[in-house]
Design a protein around this ligand. Structure first.
Ligand SMILES: [Zn+2]
Length: 302
């Protein structure tokens, strides 16, 4: 590709459209940073450039595509050129008043009879020791993209069982970004249908992401995930509060053993003062890891 083409791409491509095509979820010129473990959108877009105010990553469309895809400059240019027409036709800057809608009708059928690839089954049932009933309840599915990369898909439903968004996890070890949201996904709470099963005095565990949530559900607890305090909508926060008082729920969180985990707990505690801090034993970075270790130990005893 010559200099002229590169300049043409740079001028044509809106950086926020490129970000969305790369699986980032941009709201009001901000998104979760794919280059560090971000729970609050730290990455901002301005004048064709991105900057993360937390880890310092910055650059233009080319740097963004290169870093997210893990490709060199020439290959990322090729990717941008290939995706060019899709980005230009798909991307519509979101208005404050009219956020882009997630098109559930396009995807709902994939989760009616969800299929799990060998990679997904290995990850869920061997590596993470997820209970197959939990995988079915959450309607986990999988697919392979054009590059043959295996993804696990987490559909988000509201309490009425309507699909509101999809998050997918790259199953290739060390891939970055590991998680992507489908454009326009409403992903304030994961596993909302669990809220319909709450009874008086129940414990409700709050995970930081869908994978930990699956581990909590597999350990026999009622659990949802709230991936980000910032993306938690006011309505959803009010709903949890109302349920907590109606059913005298005990809200528990096992924050990740790191600074973002502590920050998320502090922010959620402000919204949900009833939230109790459960401490992971030292040496475990998140609940999922702890759960795997515990279930291995129990299997040994049996
Ligand atoms: Zn960052």
């Amino acid at each position: 590709m010559d200099k002229f083409d590169i300049q043409k791409l740079r001028d044509a491509l809106p950086i926020e459209g490129v970000a969305e095509r790369l699986g980032l979820r941009v709201v009001r010129h901000r998104c979760l940073c794919p280059f560090h473990d971000d729970h609050n959108p730290s990455m901002t877009f301005r004048k064709g450039r991105f900057r993360c105010w937390s880890c310092g990553a910055s650059g233009d469309v080319f740097t963004l595509a290169q870093k997210v895809l893990g490709k060199n400059f020439a290959d990322s240019c090729k990717w941008l050129a290939d995706e060019n027409s899709i980005i230009l036709t798909d991307y519509k800057p979101k208005q404050e008043m009219a956020p882009r809608q997630f098109d559930a009708s396009r995807y709902a059928r994939f989760f009616e009879h969800p299929w799990l690839s060998d990679e997904a089954r290995r990850f869920l049932f061997e590596e993470r020791r997820i209970d197959p009933r939990v995988a079915r309840f959450c309607r986990l599915a999988s697919w392979k993209d054009r590059q043959g990369v295996a993804w696990l898909q987490f559909p988000y439903y509201d309490r009425e069982g309507r699909l509101t968004g999809i998050e997918s996890r790259n199953l290739v070890k060390g891939a970055s970004p590991r998680y992507r949201f489908y454009p326009g996904s409403a992903t304030s709470i994961y596993a909302m249908p669990v809220l319909n099963r709450l009874g008086k005095g129940d414990e409700l565990w709050i995970a930081e992401g869908p994978t930990d949530c699956l581990a909590m559900l597999s350990s026999g607890h009622k659990a949802i995930a709230i991936p980000s305090a910032t993306l938690l909508t006011r309505d959803d926060a009010e709903l949890i509060k109302a349920l907590a008082s109606q059913c005298s729920l005990q809200l528990h969180m096992w924050p990740d053993n790191d600074a973002p985990g502590a920050a998320l707990f502090a922010q959620l505690k402000e919204l949900l003062p009833e939230l109790t801090h459960r401490q992971l034993p030292p040496g475990y970075k998140d609940f999922g890891e702890y759960y795997v270790a515990m279930s291995r130990k129990n299997a040994d005893i049996l």
